[in-house]
Design a protein around this ligand. Structure first.
Ligand code: BG6
Length: 497
């Protein structure tokens, strides 16, 4: 679907996200000829910068983040779309300058594909969302065709998430609100939808009768970097699990939606979130492990522990790792454990979903059933994109010995067409008005509602997160968590090279 003309306003326009992700993503789509010739990008922020100084800032802070070779002519054309507007988000008087920079919002007319869409992207701390929305409305800058994009963190608990929904909802209708979870923009996540609902093969098996367990891992090699101020009040549960991991879990576990339309998909995800088994203080201590990285080695380089990071509180209890066993109380999933795990400074950068099927019921070969590796489907999001299906096959030669073999699908190899970064995909969807890959307000609240008892418990708990050395797969307690069920995390089960 072609994109009609737009004014895209980046609040936090000189910030880290705009420089590292948003502007490079817009450049990539510009070079790919996805943007209408007259479309414009308006970056707003508090700094007193001339247009020239801002363009210079983009040159030094944003251009290096463009992955492909930059075509200088295309880059100049891209810069010509950009306007800097100085604005104090909390001060209604300063919205006049923004009004002057915008063209009239005529909305998108689907019949003619003409008209102008206005999008406000709030890449700012959430504390500013309410004021920005109110001030935009007061300045008469919101029409029924305007859209607003909200960046995480979308709250730090249920109450604050509800407050964000209420504040933004005073000015924008739900159909105008795009809550970003950049994991939903990743190519493989959409491929998971294709895999589940574009093939007849999996759906009959996609249930408790045939699946033994599911593992979802997002591991990072990076530490907290220069985000300690934010991270220390957040931690892995809020930063990664409440959003990215739960969204992946929803896509794996949801009932088949009737269509790919936003509400069909979001209703199905909501049902999963509402069916997650609630933790009690007892089940929570048994089924959740939190950890914090200590010094160690990443790629042969020594790295400091979390508490030695610049400005880190000496006795910080913030978790940089969390692993848990979750369960979904539905007919489809009752009794199937979903093991979720995420951490910083881990042995590898890896994001993957492992669906393990049940053991064969009986061996007809001269091998005991226990020597058969159960089939598994591994869906890789990072570092490469693909999936592998592990099957038992006969080894070549005289004897009838069976061994695990891998059926591999590498999306990059299979489809040579260029990839899109998550932010490119999501920005295009916002500009086209497609909400499927964005969270609805009730989903956001349901995810917080489920996570909140864990946060409350940790708040009152005197124990500290289990330490783990940087460059490992997390604390030993995480292996024990899954080991109690007679299972292993995938990398623990892999044969040594
Ligand atoms: C962000 C978190 O949402 O996701 C970061 O705030 C994390 O802490 C990042 O590093 C990971 O994203 P990706 O796409 O690099 O896996």
């Amino acid at each position: 679907m072609a994109i009609s003309d737009f004014d895209l306003v980046f609040f936090g326009g000189s910030g880290d996200l705009a420089m590292r992700k948003l502007l490079p993503a817009m450049y990539a789509r510009d070079v790919a000829h996805d943007l209408p010739a007259s479309a414009r990008i308006i970056c707003v922020g508090r700094e007193d910068l001339s247009q020239e100084a801002f363009l210079h800032m983009i040159e030094t802070n944003s251009k290096p983040h463009i992955k492909e070779n930059v075509d200088e002519g295309a880059w100049r054309d891209f810069l010509a779309r950009i306007t800097w507007v100085q604005l104090d988000a909390g001060n209604p008087a300063s919205y006049g300058a923004l009004a002057d920079a915008l063209r009239p919002d005529t909305g998108m007319s689907r019949s003619t594909d003409t008209g102008l869409t206005r999008v406000y992207y709030l890449a700012t701390p959430p504390a500013l969302f309410a004021r920005i929305c109110d001030n935009l409305a007061k300045a008469g800058l919101v029409t029924p065709a305007s859209r607003v994009v909200l960046e995480k963190p979308l709250g730090r608990d249920l109450e604050s998430a509800k407050q964000i929904n209420a504040d933004v909802g005073r000015v924008f209708a739900e159909s105008q609100i795009y809550r970003i979870d950049h994991y939903l923009g990743k190519e493989t996540v959409q491929n998971l939808l294709a895999l589940r609902f574009g093939n007849i093969l999996f759906e009959p098996l996609w249930r408790r009768e045939w699946i033994s367990d599911v593992q979802i891992t997002i591991a990072e090699k990076l530490g907290v970097g220069n985000r300690l101020g934010y991270y220390d009040t957040s931690g892995a549960l809020r930063d990664m699990l409440q959003n990215h991991l739960l969204q992946l879990l929803c896509i794996v576990a949801m009932e088949p939606p009737a269509s790919i339309s936003p509400d069909a998909v979001r209703d199905a995800k909501l049902q999963v979130l509402r069916s997650l088994k609630r933790f009690t203080p007892t089940t929570l201590s048994q089924n959740i492990v939190r950890g914090q990285y200590r010094a160690g080695y990443i790629d042969g380089q020594q790295v400091p522990g979390y508490r030695e990071e610049p400005n880190a509180p000496q006795h910080s209890k913030t978790e940089t790792f969390v692993a848990m066993k979750a369960e979904i109380d539905t007919w489809r999933w009752a009794g199937v454990p979903f093991y979720l795990r995420t951490g910083k400074r881990m042995a590898d950068r890896l994001a993957e979903i492992v669906v393990r099927f049940k053991q064969i019921p009986h061996s007809i070969f001269n091998q005991p059933t226990s020597s058969f590796q159960p089939n598994s489907l591994v869906i890789r999001l990072q570092p490469d994109e693909g999936l592998s299906m592990n099957l038992m096959a006969k080894t070549p030669g005289d004897s009838m010995r069976l061994k695990q073999a891998e059926l591999e699908l590498d999306f990059r190899e299979q489809f040579k067409s260029p990839r899109m970064e998550a932010y490119e995909r999501l920005l295009l969807d916002v500009l086209r008005g497609q909400l499927t890959l964005f969270m609805r307000g009730d989903e956001l609240e349901a995810a917080w509602e489920w996570v909140e008892p864990i946060l409350d418990h940790w708040e009152q708990d005197d124990t500290t997160p289990a330490p783990y050395s940087s460059g490992t797969w997390g604390p030993a307690a995480a292996s024990a968590l899954i080991g109690r069920d007679g299972l292993q995390w995938r990398e623990e089960a892999l044969p040594e090279d």
